[in-house]
Design a protein around this ligand. Structure first.
Ligand SMILES: [Zn+2]
Length: 213
């Protein structure tokens, strides 16, 4: 039998039991408050973490976009450079063909001196075969120069000249093809950049939505 009911005089044991009964609802209330606080804190923290995750992803996606843009620019620059080289080579091929037709002096150092009017007239007066062996010194370096003229070339020399020109033309075609490939890659880079920019915007949109929750 409990002492609460058995004894009229309140002893220490009764006081303690009574206290327990009185305190209990208060303790439960405090526990609930802590639980609510933890829940609130967790929710606040989860939202912060989630927002941070979204912002972090957006930042990553922006970096990926910037990398793609950088690569695209490099490819585009490379393509432009190759096109410029191709144009220059084409101009040179055309120029060489014209020079070969008119005739020019070529020294051992590679200096090219156009045949002057006088020389041409002089040559026309000479017999054709003699001109082929004509040599003179280069006006720029003084080294021996040889007259290059298509009409004076042997069949073999013309063949070699044409072969050389065709090789350069093949190189030009390859350069142009490579430039096109780089342009295609650059466009791919642009698409990748756009993709990552959209991803970043979408990640930020989610972060903004979370802030309003
Ligand atoms: Zn020279």
């Amino acid at each position: 039998m409990s002492r609460i009911f058995s004894s009229a005089e309140p002893g220490p044991q009764l006081t303690w039991t009574a206290m327990k009964f009185t305190l209990s609802p208060k303790v439960a209330k405090t526990t609930n408050a802590i639980h609510r606080m933890i829940r609130t804190l967790a929710r606040w923290w989860a939202r912060r973490r989630y927002i941070f995750k979204q912002e972090f992803e957006a930042a990553l996606e922006d970096l990926q976009a910037a990398l793609s843009a950088q690569r695209a620019k490099e490819k585009r620059d490379l393509a432009a450079q190759l096109r410029k080289e191709s144009d220059d080579m084409e101009t040179r091929v055309k120029q060489m063909a014209e020079m070969e037709e008119k005739g020019f002096w070529l020294c051992d150092d590679g200096h090219e001196i156009p045949v002057s009017e006088g020389e041409t007239r002089h040559k026309e007066q000479d017999e054709e075969r003699i001109v082929h062996d004509v040599r003179q010194s280069c006006s720029q370096c003084g080294k021996e120069a040889k007259l290059i003229k298509r009409s004076d070339m042997t069949g073999q020399e013309q063949y070699e000249s044409d072969k050389g020109r065709k090789e350069v033309e093949t190189m030009i075609a390859e350069k142009r093809k490579l430039a096109e490939q780089h342009d295609t890659d650059a466009k791919g880079g642009d698409d990748t950049e756009k993709h990552f920019r959209r991803q970043a915007a979408s990640s930020r949109e989610v972060a903004d939505r979370l802030r309003k929750l």
